[in-house]
Structure formats: structure tokens, C-alpha cells
Design a protein around this ligand. Structure first.
Ligand SMILES: C[S@@+](CC[C@H](N)C(=O)[O-])C[C@H]1O[C@@H](n2cnc3c(N)ncnc32)[C@H](O)[C@@H]1O
Length: 342
């Protein structure tokens, strides 16, 4: 879940195309977009970067640019899993600079719907300490007040729904133009989001931002998204995030099919497809590790051990990398395969 340290500087617009120099070429930080989306890594205003976040500055710039440059006002912005509210502030401040701001806010009084459970989990205190977030309570307690305070500058644009998204996320009938997902921590949440929000995506317009895509855990995020690949085009990658443009209406029948359960071989095939999305070998390595987790769930420890041996042969540079992110991922998957950790 947490992937990057605190934000650094506010970078200028680069109008990146794939052939241009990258601002961050190191593993997991390389940015690549399809040429038609090459301007998604725009500049970001200071007002949008004040909230401490588990996202990188690069990811924040993409959210801000989506709201400022791409958002047309034809649907809502769903912002799911906001933690202290960084994504909400990026979307809100970006929206204020959007040339269609007036039309969009005439149509939608609150164009952004933000979801957050706002209960401190065991991993959060370490984040608060690293980022000098003071005055927070203990695990199990609420941080709702902090979220409300952090998003206050954009509160006029936001329908903030605190609580479990499985309850607070019901009943959205309007079209959805941007679907930001950093909340898919359980398969049932992923299925809920697909059932309730995917049919509301607008073909040719709506973008799904999967913040946990190139993440070595949560294999169902990859297989669920890839199950719908005929309805999307993959448009780019930034840090752990993958972006997909919806290209065709998603019928309820496709969601029924996913909910009925996919055969093991099909899940493997979808995980392999997800692995090939990135042009960064480090991200592919993370996806391969995620596939080891899937294999363990599907076939047990011995099969996972075999597949991990194969992955280690295929990714020698990543296995030898001193980068903490890659080392930690390997150590964790070794424990999953040999010690039965999950
Ligand atoms: C990885 S964090 C999000 C980080 C955030 N995007 C940022 O920029 O810092 C995931 C968030 O999802 C929230 N969450 C997890 N399960 C949830 C649920 N069922 N309903 C609502 N929020 C949930 C957690 O409380 C947590 O804040």
C-alpha cells in the first residue's frame, strides 16, 4: 500500500512523450503514457500538494492534470480510498483550474465523491510519524476529523462519504468520468466497485486509475481489471498506478460472469497479461511476484515455490537489486512460499 516517501518539489509541466527524457527513470518511477495521453503529467499547484499522502508527487501530478485538462464534466469523479485526502485535494484544485469548471459545477453541485473509512489501521501510525502528522489517535480509532480538515479547501466540490464503501458507495446512478481506486483492499470491494461503477463509465471518455496495479500484493486487482480488457485501453503507468481508458460500454452480463468465478487457468492468464502491461522490468517483476501469490492461492505452496524459482531466474537484475522496495517484496514472497505467511 505505501509506496513512496514524502513529496519533494513541485515540478513544471513536461508534456512527456515516450521518447522525451523522463523526470524519474529509476525502477518503479518511470512514467510512460500512450502518445495521445502524453500530457497527463502536467504541473501541479502548491495548493494541491499540502496533504500528506502515500502517493508519489508524480501520481499527484497525474490526478491534478486529469481534473484540470481532461475532465469534461460529463460524469462524476469517484475518489475511493483517500486516506488523509491528498487525491481529493488534487482533483478539487485541478478542477478549479479546468476551463469547463462553471459548466461542470452547474451540472454537478459536488462533482467529486470521496470515500474513506477513516479508521486508523496498524500501518498508519508509522506513516504519521514519518510525515510529522501530529495529534492522531490510536489504531482502531477514527481520523475523520483530520480528513475533513485536510480537504476543507475543496470541500465545496466534494461529497465526502466516511465509512465502509460497501455501504456508503451504494446508489450512485450518474455517469462516472474519472474512477480513482486506492480502496480495493479486498476482493469483495473490487467486485462491488465493478458491479456498481463500471457500467457507469462513459466509453471514449472515462478513465480508471488503478493505484495499486503495479503492487506485489492484491493479485485480484490485476485479474479483475484484466477480465474487462476488451472494454479498456491501457493508457499508461506512473509509480504503482496504471491508467485505463474505457472504450466500450460494460454490460451487467460481463460483471455477472466475473462474479460467478473464473477458472484457475483463466486467472493465471489474466495475471500474465497484467504483467506485460508495463515497459519497466521492475514493475513486471512486482507483477510476477503478485502472480506467485495468486498461484499459492490457486494451487498451494509447492506450485508457488516452483513459480517463484522461475521468476527469480527470469528477473536476475531485480533479484540482485539493492532497492528496498524490491528487496522487501522478495523477502515477503519467500515467507509466503516457505513459511506460509500471507
Ligand atoms: C492505501 S490507503 C490510500 C492512500 C491515499 N490514496 C493517499 O494518497 O494517501 C487506502 C485507504 O483506503 C481506506 N479503506 C480501506 N478499506 C476501505 C473501505 N472498505 N471503505 C472505505 N475506505 C477504505 C483506508 O482507510 C485507507 O485510508
Amino acid at each position: 500500500m505505501v509506496k513512496h516517501g514524502p513529496a519533494a518539489t513541485v515540478l513544471p509541466a513536461t508534456g512527456l512523450a515516450t521518447a522525451e527524457p523522463q523526470p524519474d527513470a529509476e525502477p518503479m518511477r518511470m512514467v510512460r503514457f500512450n502518445p495521445a495521453f502524453s500530457r497527463l503529467l502536467g504541473s501541479i499547484s502548491q495548493s494541491a500538494v499540502k496533504v500528506p499522502s502515500m502517493m508519489s508527487m508524480l501520481e499527484k501530478r497525474v490526478l491534478f492534470t486529469l481534473a484540470r485538462e481532461r475532465y469534461t464534466g460529463s460524469g462524476l469523479i469517484i475518489d475511493a480510498g483517500i486516506f488523509l485526502g491528498a487525491s481529493t485535494v488534487c482533483f478539487g484544485e485541478g478542477l478549479r483550474q479546468n476551463r469547463s469548471f462553471k459548466t461542470a459545477t452547474k451540472r454537478w453541485t459536488k462533482p467529486i465523491i470521496s470515500f474513506e473509512r477513516a479508521i486508523i489501521n496498524p500501518g498508519m501510525p508509522a506513516f504519521f510519524k514519518r510525515n510529522n502528522v501530529e495529534g492522531m489517535a490510536e489504531p482502531g480509532e477514527s481520523f475523520a476529523d483530520a480528513v475533513e480538515a485536510m480537504i476543507e479547501p475543496v470541500a465545496d466540490l466534494v461529497d465526502l462519504r466516511l465509512g465502509d464503501i460497501l455501504e456508503t458507495g451504494q446508489g450512485i446512478e450518474d455517469p462516472i468520468e474519472i474512477l480513482f481506486l486506492d480502496v480495493l483492499k479486498l476482493p469483495e470491494i473490487s467486485r462491488f466497485v465493478m458491479r456498481n461503477y463500471f457500467p457507469r463509465l462513459i466509453p471514449g471518455v472515462s478513465i480508471v486509475v488503478q493505484q495499486d496495479y503495479f503492487y506485489e500484493r492484491l493479485p485480484f486487482i490485476k485479474t479483475d481489471q484484466e477480465f474487462f480488457s476488451e472494454y479498456f485501453t491501457f493508457i499508461g503507468e506512473v509509480c504503482s498506478t496504471a491508467l485505463f481508458l474505457c472504450t466500450k460500454p460494460i454490460p451487467e452480463s460481463a460483471i455477472d460472469q466475473l462474479e460467478q468465478g473464473l477458472p484457475a487457468r483463466e486467472q493465471e492468464r489474466l495475471a500474465s497479461r497484467a504483467m506485460q502491461r508495463s515497459c519497466d522490468p521492475a514493475r513486471r517483476y512486482m507483477m510476477a511476484i503478485s502472480k506467485v501469490r495468486l498461484i499459492k492461492q490457486l494451487y498451494g505452496s509447492e506450485s508457488a515455490q516452483d513459480y517463484l524459482r522461475f521468476v527469480k531466474n527470469e528477473f536476475p537484475d531485480q533479484v540482485a537489486s539493492p532497492l528496498p522496495r524490491l528487496k522487501d517484496a522478495l523477502a515477503a514472497i519467500e515467507r509466503v512460499c516457505w513459511d506460509g505467511d500471507d
